[in-house]
Design a protein around this ligand. Structure first.
Ligand SMILES: [Zn+2]
Length: 287
């Protein structure tokens, strides 16, 4: 295990215990969350080392979405995914000229493929070999970050940054690959959301130890400043409150998770209309 002494975002040395959370999805091991008093980022601390984290991804069925569309749930999932892809595209095209896109942590390449079909020149980076193979089989160019020399109009990380061990080094590299007028898109769970407060240690957005960091809007303000970036806008991911609530209800042991998850997901989005603390947020950053 690796222990963090100083905040990786703002450098402050005042980390304090926040909450203990179980790896509900896999090993059932308990991890400690510690929070920075200054920038309000939470860290899974101590955390598994980079060369050891793989076992926590293999212990459950982390990529559980096959190509089966026979069951109702899968059909619903695919419908939501296609709506999500269009929503992400609209956000990208609202803030960026159409051109080159780098999707960091592209997974099986769904977003890359969608954007490629819409006329974007796409590149992906993906550490997981299995997912990378699927992307490559879809004729999508997936590379190592170090091999990339292009400049991009848009670099996206959808639910990825919270998994990255070398947080600062990666962001630094990505910033050098970002065009002068380009945008960096970060989609992250928000532990200040209503559903996080409601489910506490059962909140699926913590997802320890795979999520190494737990960001708030304040932490992203600090992060942006550190890399000389501006926060241009934030957008909600409306569906995440429902999905995260459904998983959280399962972790709590609910017998009929769908109904309470729908209620809590709805309440979370309603409350966030006023305070902007959505379950997950998309941050648009520029140089
Ligand atoms: Zn801090």
């Amino acid at each position: 295990m690796e222990e963090i002494r100083d905040c990786l975002i703002c450098g402050s040395n005042s980390l304090e215990d926040h909450q203990s959370v179980k790896d509900h999805f896999g090993t059932q091991e308990v991890f400690q969350l510690q929070g920075c008093r200054q920038c309000h980022t939470l860290f899974t601390n101590p955390r598994p080392e980079e060369n050891n984290i793989i076992k926590y991804y293999k212990s459950g069925s982390y990529i559980s979405h096959g190509d089966k569309i026979n069951s109702l749930f899968n059909r619903l999932y695919n419908l939501i995914q296609s709506q999500n892809l269009k929503y992400k595209q609209r956000i990208v095209e609202k803030y960026s000229f159409k051109g080159k896109l780098l999707d960091y942590g592209c997974g099986v390449g769904s977003f890359l493929q969608h954007m490629s079909q819409k006329g974007w020149e796409v590149t992906g980076v993906e550490p997981d070999e299995q997912a990378r193979k699927i992307s490559t089989s879809r004729d999508l160019p997936v590379k190592e970050l170090n091999q990339i020399e292009d400049c991009f109009n848009c670099i996206s990380l959808f639910h990825v940054l919270e998994h990255v061990h070398s947080l600062n080094e990666t962001l630094e590299q990505l910033c050098t690959l970002l065009d002068r007028n380009g945008i960096l898109i970060l989609a992250l769970p928000n532990y200040k959301s209503y559903d996080a407060q409601h489910y506490e240690q059962f909140w699926a957005g913590y997802d320890v130890p795979r999520h190494l960091y737990h960001f708030s809007q304040k932490s992203i303000t600090h992060l942006a400043k550190k890399f000389g970036l501006n926060i241009v806008a934030t957008h909600p991911l409306y569906f995440d409150s429902y999905y995260v609530s459904l998983l959280s209800e399962k972790y709590k042991g609910s017998k009929f998770p769908i109904v309470p998850a729908a209620v809590q997901g709805f309440i979370s989005n309603q409350k966030a209309k006023r305070n902007k603390e959505y379950s997950s947020l998309i941050y648009i950053l520029s140089k």
